[in-house]
Design a protein around this ligand. Structure first.
Ligand code: ARG
Length: 584
């Protein structure tokens, strides 16, 4: 609807230009917003106030001219001027009602697929090999996956890229340690690898304390990089074990990643030498004290000198930045990406900006290809400090999910003691995992976020359980009515204020999904679904559906509002990667 009104206003601006009411070179940013107070209509614009000066008219007078030139639309019942020159639009309730019927009839709830589908790479999750996933990976994994689902729903070609840390000098000591284990206690290798944290710690301990071991480990780094077959095999085993363990977390989290989406740092390794040589040839990179460095005027160090970004160390090794330069180039050349969305925590902002500045200066990607850092803050405990275990260690993702499921089981059992064990497990898992995901998704990702079990598992407020409950409640309305949501007939009539409010909210779904896709901000969808559920509860209180004295056609109309709400809640939660239940 917003887009529709914006299009009407854009046409009007063109008319005003051709009639020389405003200068032909004016390029106003047409903005249409939802009104807070319904007595001011449904949507409003400040266009007349913005154009008053170039038009040399007072804003209210110009508003009148704009309204006179506005193309007519069956979606708008009334247009009014308010205050200093706002233009308020009242949506036509007949049109709204028709939209509700369309939402009920359309599996996509009236959200059109994008006319120009793009190829979009989403870089997310990205844990490191031979390490267990921990709380630090939750935000990237969950928010990135919500974007993947939203973009796919809109019909884009989405490429999931799990940029795992599978390359670097640490593999020398890991391989050396694995070799010893295989020689000394072959029967224990698998169980040792099942605790990757321990395996990593012990490798490091050996490396730091035993000179000969260290020597061997450094040798393996060189061998691995030069493609030695045995070293590759050992390395492959470590990667494989890590991926298998991560997959369990992804499956539990209902995250759509699998091993085919792995595009780790090692993938770009073969490109690095050539890139360094090319950047030197282009005069962008120079030798500096034995290392290869790109000096960027855009970034100044403390002394006000251009900042040097090292792309190759004195010992010949490459850096994280070199890999990300190659990675962006690859995403253009091999994946033909129109957009790349990086879900990485905000501490890596400068790293990405530097890599991308170099990529653009070198002309590795076309200008219109969009590289976007969708940054997020840290996950904090209730005390406002980084989220840790009681003993101060890093919280493993698997432990956190265990706790979520346990807490949800206790909670669901206390609310509904009659459930069978099977039902209990299904409901509690959807609620527990949904709660963890939603708590993260519903916060503006740019800030740090406080992890609090009690808040996220509450059945009131902006939580997953609240929305899941709203959805099941509508399912029970249909069971009671004895009809199915896709067998409804007759027209939708919006006679009560609560019906109109709900319908107005329902037709906003498309605008919200578009914003999430453009800005990478699922919290907008969460806020919307929460408001939608609230509007639904108010509607259901004011407008009975299953009472005996409700006329048949009123009942059919109201059931369509119920069906449109259920469909929107479900599609919304689906794009967030949160399960809905028929019963809870
Ligand atoms: N593995 C990295 C880390 O743990 C994140 C990688 C993010 N993606 C990228 N293209 N740099 O910090």
């Amino acid at each position: 609807m917003k887009a529709h009104i914006e299009a009407l206003l854009a046409q009007t601006v063109e008319t005003l230009k051709s009639e020389q009411v405003i200068p032909a070179d004016a390029t106003p940013r047409i903005q249409v917003d939802r009104t807070r107070d319904k007595s001011h209509g449904d949507l409003a614009t400040n266009l007349a106030m913005m154009l008053a000066k170039p038009a040399k008219m007072n804003p209210r007078q110009l508003a009148e001219t704009i309204i006179a030139k506005l193309p007519s639309s069956d979606r708008v019942s009334k247009v009014e001027i308010a205050g200093p020159g706002f233009i308020n639009f009242f949506l036509d309730s007949g049109f709204l009602a028709k939209q509700i019927s369309e939402i009920v009839a359309d599996p996509r709830a009236n959200v059109p697929a994008a006319d120009n589908a793009q190829t979009i790479v989403v870089d997310y999750s990205a844990p490191n090999v031979a390490k267990e996933m921990h709380v630090g990976h939750i935000r990237s994994t969950i928010i990135g996956d919500a974007l993947v689902r939203t973009l796919e729903f809109l019909g884009h070609k989405v490429i999931r890229a799990n940029h795992i840390g599978d390359w670097g000098t640490q593999f020398g000591m890991l391989i050396a340690h694995l070799e010893e284990l295989q020689a000394e206690q072959p029967e224990a290798v698998n169980s040792e690898l099942s605790d990757l944290e321990k395996f990593y710690r012990e490798s490091k301990l050996r490396y730091d304390s035993d000179e000969a071991f260290g020597e061997k480990a450094r040798g393996y780094v060189v061998k691995l990089q030069s493609g030695d077959e045995w070293c590759r095999e050992m390395w492959q085993k470590l990667v494989q074990v890590t991926l298998e363990q991560n997959q369990k977390n992804y499956d539990r989290l209902n995250v759509s990643l699998n091993s085919s989406h792995t595009m780790g740092e090692s993938l770009y390794n073969p490109m690095l030498a050539e890139i360094v040589a090319d950047l030197k040839a282009k005069g962008l990179a120079v030798e500096d004290d034995g290392a290869v460095v790109v000096f960027l005027e855009e970034y100044k160090n403390k002394d006000g000198d251009p900042m040097g970004v090292i792309i190759q160390k004195r010992d010949g090794g490459y850096l994280y930045t070199t890999t990300d330069i190659a990675c962006a180039k690859y995403r253009h050349e091999q994946l033909h990406a129109d957009r790349v969305l990086y879900f990485i925590d905000s501490r890596q902002a400068q790293h990405l900006q530097q890599a991308w500045t170099i990529v653009r200066k070198a002309g590795y990607i076309p200008e219109q290809m969009s590289l976007e850092h969708h940054a997020f803050g840290m996950m904090l405990g209730k005390d406002g400090k980084p989220f840790k275990t009681r003993s101060g260690g890093t919280v493993k993702l698997a432990d956190l999910l265990d706790e979520a499921q346990q807490r949800a089981r206790d909670l669901v059992r206390s609310k509904n003691p009659d459930l069978t064990d099977e039902e209990l497990v299904e409901i509690a898992d959807a609620v527990g995992i949904g709660a963890v995901k939603y708590a993260d998704l519903s916060k503006n990702r740019t800030t740090d976020y406080i992890f609090d079990w009690d808040n996220m598992l509450a059945f009131e407020g902006n939580t997953a359980p609240y929305l899941q409950y709203a959805y099941t409640r509508i399912q029970s309305i249909f069971r009671k009515a004895g009809v199915s949501a896709d067998a409804l007939t007759g027209e939708v009539n919006l006679t009560e204020a609560a019906e109109e409010t709900l319908a107005n909210k329902l037709v906003q779904f498309n605008d919200i999904i578009q914003s999430v896709a453009n800005k990478g901000t699922p919290h907008l969808l969460c806020a919307y679904l929460f408001e939608l559920a609230g509007n639904f509860m108010s509607f259901y209180e004011a407008c009975p559906v299953n009472k005996d004295d409700v006329a048949a056609e009123v009942k059919q109309s109201r059931l369509q509002l119920c069906a449109a709400t259920a469909k929107t809640l479900k599609l919304g939660l689906d794009t967030l990667g949160i399960k809905t239940l028929e019963k809870m």
